[in-house]
Design a protein around this ligand. Structure first.
Ligand code: C2E
Ligand code: CA
Ligand code: CA
Length: 875
């Protein structure tokens, strides 16, 4: 795809972002690009500043000095930041920009002025060293994720394409073989030769995608060309009339030779003329012999440009030899032997395994050598014979067959043909589909693999676990799962960058695989969560594994030549317990893991009696939740929290976020979403709850729009599993049509965590949603695994900045700068910005000075029951 266009887009975004970034972080950046070991200054801050500002900066920070700083970076050196103090309250920091393989692609030089001189123009921005460092690390994260994402996407796409194209090729080959088997079944057809030839040419033409196929010869006088039999893909393509006007000498292939001519500019003169008059762009021509003379020709014609592939040439030659054999037989009418020889020759060279049996006599008449090579095992041999001889209904059916003791798979097709002596026999054809199967398996493998670490993923884990439980229940043995969650992984990600974080995860994955060795399987089931699945747990093995895990996580990790600590919490659960379901086993391990985290992290917790209560609570919640959903979701109530528009006088309400509550009769209390949504996701109930909430909210919004507030919008939260499972696009379409709400007034909130899943798939789902006219919001922005670099992939209309940044407003320059930068960036992609969790007046007043559209928080209102919301904001 147009990588170039994309990179231009990124560049434009980057230069725009750079200005915004500099303005909100109070820094200046000069960017140097490296090409062939030479650095050139690329983006310059001069473009967006006043003359006075520019002059002052050139004076304090000479570009010549910058170059000296830049050249200190070497591919092999570990530094990524080099500091240079210019004195006089000015600092320069070089930040090295590397591609994922470590090669330096450029250097960004950050300039910060901590104390401006008296002669400084008033526009000059000053900063302090701490804020300067914060902006630098923010910038590095931004850059790293961006370059990593590009790289990751490219390589995944490359691998998939490769597998896909191989698999396409193989299935094409298979189709060709099937067509050939069709052709073979016509070998002994009765009727005119021209008719038989026509039907054979028809199959071949269709298979190869030519426009015309024909038998060509001479007319009765032997002077002019003549089409004896013709198949065309559409009436307009018939060459019949044109051939009638051709003299024998003008047909360039009437010379007994074979031609396969792809479209090209330099044809021999004779063909050039012929192709022009006939309007042909490519074609193949093969002679057919009557006795010794080439008296007829088979032709395949294309009226559009095409290249004739090698495999197609082979196929056409095979078809021609079938036609030749029919022709020969018709001519040497009664010669049984000669036709047997020809027939055998054809079957022998067909390129697939073939066997002919006489069902009446229960006798094998013929097997070609490929068949004999394919079926070596005596057991397989008799099995196939059995099928062929006894089963009446096998004709026209396909059977899959695995050759014992090999990795070979065959598709077997059966058809009836007339044998040389006139009796009807059964022909069985074996196609080797092992390659196709291999590719299919490879594609399946990709779906079950975590792209980052290469471990099996969550989908695979769920499948394996339920299989293991079933097996354990049957055999009466015990298995266990060890659930491992890294402690404070987000901190590592934030402070050391995403490239580092990803590498860390890969290192952990490798270590766990070594530890598990042959006694367990390792999965990555979430951002920073891994599972070891043991199908047979004996306590010695378990102790050994745990010991190794503890050892690994208590020592330093060495990642990308940096040493760091990262501990882990571990939860363990055994299975099966009575009629265990995989969800219950996982829930127990999860409870144990949360327990380990709760008690200070970096420890192992077994699921035990005291947690049993928690897990029983969880199970009873699961049961109640199932019931609530089965009974039609009536226990769920949608609350609405207003969003206020801070660009308008008096901060009017402009819509609401729909937040679900569960009034559970069975549990006897109101359950908050943070408590039951994860459970609903686990149980796969979120789809139904989610659709219920969405429909309720959409209906209400339509009502508000109809009754005096046409501009009100409603926001609905979507879980990642709603995006992954089921058909969210259909659901939304249905909600729109039932509620009749204007799609523009429905906003779907998704969280950043979707980025740890297949980002391309997510992007395409979000794009489909977008096409329905609804708006998409990125929720909890800034907390998750991702970063700003996602913004350019996803079709976003709204960005909701998480509460944690609001909490730190004022305390810390970085929070302000973050909100400011994000809001400006949002502007460049035409998205609105909502800041969540505003509780204090002071926070609101800081925000009102920024480029923000909406605010949501307790300062204005808590989430309200529908009636209350309407009373306050609608009536
Ligand atoms: P969220 O989408 O981030 O929703 C905002 C949460 O912050 C709400 O919690 C809201 O009550 C709370 N909040 C709003 N303003 C303030 C404030 O000023 N201060 C503080 N401390 N909190 C504030 P709630 O209603 O408990 O919802 C929690 C989460 O549950 C939501 O987080 C959302 O992720 C999820 N959720 C809620 N309803 C649904 C739903 O229908 N479907 C899905 N999939 N998830 C939902
Ligand atoms: Ca939300
Ligand atoms: Ca949120």
């Amino acid at each position: 795809m147009d990588i170039e266009r994309r990179s231009r887009k990124v560049k434009r975004l980057a230069s725009k972002l750079e200005k915004e970034f500099c303005r909100s972080n109070h820094v200046y950046i000069r960017y140097f690009k490296r090409d062939n070991d030479k650095y050139t200054r690329e983006m310059t801050f001069e473009e967006w500043m006043s003359e006075a500002e520019k002059k002052y900066l050139e004076n304090v920070f000479s570009p010549y000095d910058d170059l000296g700083l830049v050249e200190r970076f070497m591919d092999s050196s570990p530094e990524s930041i080099i500091n240079k103090s210019t004195g006089d309250g000015a600092f320069s920091y070089g930040v090295c920009l590397r591609n994922p393989s470590g090669k330096i692609v450029g250097v960004a030089v950050f300039h910060g002025i901590t104390e401006a001189r008296v002669d400084a123009p008033k526009e000059i921005m000053t900063t302090n060293e701490e804020d300067l460092m914060s902006s630098i690390s923010f910038f590095s994260i931004l850059y790293e994720t961006e370059s990593l994402m590009e790289n990751e996407n490219e390589s995944i796409r490359g691998a998939l394409d490769e597998v896909q194209s191989e698999s396409d090729k193989t299935s094409l080959l298979l189709k060709e073989k099937m067509a050939f088997s069709d052709i073979l079944s016509k070998l002994e057809s009765e009727g005119e030769f021209t008719e038989v030839a026509k039907s054979i040419l028809g199959i071949a033409m269709k298979q190869l995608g030519f426009d015309e196929a024909a038998l060509v010869g001479l007319d009765a006088n032997g002077t002019k060309a003549n089409i004896i039999s013709e198949c065309v893909s559409a009436d307009v393509f018939s060459l019949s009339d044109k051939y009638h006007n051709l003299l024998k000498e003008d047909v360039p292939f009437f010379n007994g030779r074979r031609y396969t001519i792809s479209t090209s500019n330099d044809l021999p003169e004779k063909f050039l003329h012929f192709f022009k008059t006939m309007n042909i762009k490519a074609g193949a021509f093969y002679p057919l012999y009557i006795r010794e003379d080439a008296s007829m020709y088979v032709q395949f014609i294309s009226f559009t440009d095409r290249v004739i592939e090698h495999s197609e040439i082979k196929f056409m030659a095979e078809v021609t030899s079938v036609l030749q054999s029919i022709l020969t037989r018709r001519i040497t009418t009664n010669s049984l032997t000669s036709s047997y020889v020809t027939l055998e020759e054809i079957l022998e060279n067909a390129g697939c395994g073939m066997q002919v049996v006489d069902v009446e006599e229960r006798r094998i008449l013929y097997s070609n050598s490929i068949f004999k090579e394919m079926i070596l095992n005596p057991k397989d041999k008799s099995e196939i014979e059995e099928i062929l001889l006894t089963r009446e209904d096998v004709v026209d059916q396909k059977t899959r067959f695995h050759a014992t003791g090999t990795d070979k798979w065959y598709d077997i097709t059966f058809s009836h043909i007339k044998w040389v002596d006139g009796r009807m026999v059964r022909l069985c054809t074996l196609y080797d589909i092992s390659l196709l199967r291999q590719y299919q398996e490879k594609i399946e493998h990709q779906a079950n693999t975590d792209y980052l670490t290469g471990l099996a993923n969550r989908k695979r884990f769920e499948l394996d676990l339920s299989l293991n439980i079933r097996r354990a229940t049957r055999t009466g043995q015990n298995g266990a799962i060890i659930l491992i969650g890294l402690d404070d992984f987000n901190n590592i990600n934030d402070s050391l960058g995403h490239t580092f974080g990803d590498e860390m995860l890969r290192t952990v994955a490798e270590t766990l695989e070594k530890i598990a060795a042959s006694s367990a399987t390792v999965y990555r089931i979430g951002g920073d969560e891994f599972v070891l699945l043991l199908s047979l747990s004996n306590s010695r093995e378990m102790d050994a594994i745990l010991h190794k895990i503890k050892e690994a996580f208590s020592s330093r990790w060495n990642v990308m030549d940096t040493e760091c600590y990262c501990t882990a919490s571990v939860g363990i659960a055994y299975y099966p317990i009575e009629n265990d379901k995989s969800m219950a086993v996982f829930a127990r391990a999860d409870v144990a893991l949360r327990d380990a985290k709760k008690h200070g992290k970096n420890q192992v917790s077994y699921f035990n009696a005291s947690q049993k209560e928690a897990s029983e609570e969880r199970l009873s919640m699961e049961m109640a939740l199932r019931e609530a959903v089965d009974l039609g979701c009536n226990e769920f109530e949608v609350y609405y929290q207003p969003l206020v528009d801070i660009s308008k006088e008096g901060y009017p309400c402009c819509g609401a976020e729909a937040l679900v509550r569960w009034q559970s009769k069975k549990l006897g209390r109101m359950v908050m979403p943070n408590e039951f949504i994860p459970v609903a996701e686990h149980l796969g109930l979120i789809l139904r709850i989610g659709s219920y909430v969405m429909l309720e909210a959409a209906k209400k919004c339509r009502h508000w729009n109809d009754f005096g507030h046409p501009e009100y919008k409603v926001n609905v939260n979507l879980s990642v599993s709603q995006l992954l499972q089921g058909n969210i696009v259909d659901t939304v379409e249905e909600v729109l049509s039932i509620s009749g709400v204007n799609p523009k007034n429905l906003t779907l909130e998704v969280t950043e965590s979707l980025a740890i899943y297949d980002i391309e798939k997510m992007t395409s789902i979000l794009k489909d949603l977008h096409e329905l006219g609804v708006r998409v919001a990125l929720d909890d922005f800034g907390t998750g695994y991702s970063s700003l670099s996602y913004l350019k992939f996803l079709p976003l209309d709204v960005i909701k900045i998480d509460k944690c940044f609001v909490d730190q407003i004022g305390d810390n320059g970085f929070s302000n700068a973050f909100i400011d930068t994000v809001s400006k960036l949002a502007n460049t992609i035409n998205a609105n910005v909502v800041v969540e969790g505003v509780e204090k007046k002071e926070q609101a007043s800081v925000l009102s000075g920024m480029d923000i559209d909406m605010i949501q928080g307790y300062l204005y209102d808590k989430p309200l029951p529908q009636a209350e919301f309407e009373k306050k904001y609608v009536e």
